[in-house]
Write a protein that binds this ligand. Structure first.
Ligand code: ZN
Length: 193
């Protein structure tokens, strides 16, 4: 297994709609293993393939004891929204904002062996599924902010000069952010994804 470096906002791969996975085999299994290991290393709640530079519809998650991965996910959400929780993103290190997310979701897709998956979720897991599915559609959580939060986030992103930091610094920074989020917010809330 290998720990992969995490792409940061400004990288075009994060703005590209990811492609459906059509080949299942050892290569895909290794990729999913590496994503799990990378997510654990940065103590993330979720990790989508574009975040490690792979333009495929895959994400891993680890929320409230639910650990897994899903390939080619299709999300259906309730019309109503859950109370906001601070959200962070490994690809937008150092920031955390409350985002409106649907209260309930059903997600279907397949696992690494091509076996169908069908899950329902509420709470933080539902938020994670929405955050990660957004990544597969080239969307970042900061796109969902409005008003002062949006202005604030865009200013912080501009000032961070993320594009100038080396991969090594980024990996280190992501690690710090992951643990800082775990400690500074209530358990289960605000973990970077
Ligand atoms: Zn994210």
């Amino acid at each position: 297994m290998a720990i992969l470096s995490i792409r940061i906002i400004g990288d075009p791969v994060l703005r590209t709609v990811a492609e459906e996975v059509s080949e299942f085999g050892p290569e895909l299994a290794k990729l999913v293993d590496d994503m799990h290991e990378t997510m654990r290393d940065v103590r993330g709640a979720g990790l989508a393939a574009p975040q490690i530079g792979v333009n495929k519809r895959i994400f891993t998650y680890s929320v409230d004891g639910h650990d897994g991965h899903i390939i080619n996910p299709v999300l259906v959400a309730s019309d109503d929204f859950a109370p906001g929780e601070p959200e962070g993103c490994l690809s937008v290190p150092g920031l955390g904002y409350t985002v409106a997310r649907h209260r309930w979701v059903r997600i279907t897709g397949v696992d690494v062996h091509g076996k169908p998956l069908d899950m329902e979720a509420t709470g933080t897991l539902a938020k994670c599924f929405q955050h990660e599915t957004d990544h597969l559609n080239g969307k970042l959580y900061v796109d969902r902010l409005d008003g002062e939060d949006r202005k604030d986030a865009l200013r912080a992103i501009r000032m961070s000069n993320y594009h100038e930091v080396t991969d090594e610094t980024v990996a280190k920074r992501a690690k710090t952010v992951g643990s800082a989020f775990g400690g500074s917010f209530a358990a289960g809330a605000g973990a970077a994804q």
